[in-house]
Structures are given as C-alpha cells and as structure tokens.
Design a protein. Structure first.
Length: 73
C-alpha cells in the first residue's frame, strides 16, 4: 500500500494482486517507465513464496487510481 498526497488530502494506492485478465490489450511504454514499474512490482513480491503481484495488475491499479481522481476533480 502506498499513500499519495493529492492536493490537500491523502489517498492510498494499493496495487491489485495478480488475476486473470478478461481483455488483452497491447500498449507501448517508454523503457524507463517500464523499468520503474517492473522494479515496483519486484519490490512488492520480494520475500514472498509465490508471485502475488504482476506488471499488468500494477498498471491496471494505477489506471483505476488515476481515473478515480480525475472524476473527483
């Protein structure tokens, strides 16, 4: 769980655990962003017996978080 300040308040960003996807999409990421997201996912999975978080789950969670805050503002 990550806490993020948005204006005058704080909200939490919690990456979703891996789950099966309903729709397959292909998007392009700048290499630097790709590496940063993968590093974040690797940190979330560090020390766990099985991989709980995925790149896809992280990106979907980040998009949901962004859309939620676009609707509020």
């Amino acid at each position: 769980m990550i806490f993020i300040y948005i204006g005058d308040y704080m909200d939490r960003f919690e990456p979703s655990k891996s789950k099966e996807s309903n729709l397959i999409k292909s998007i392009r990421f700048p290499e630097e962003l790709n590496n940063k997201v993968q590093e974040a996912v690797d940190k979330l999975n560090k020390g766990k017996k099985t991989k709980e978080y995925s790149f896809n789950g992280f990106v979907c969670s980040a998009c949901e978080f962004a859309l939620k805050h676009m609707e509020e503002n």
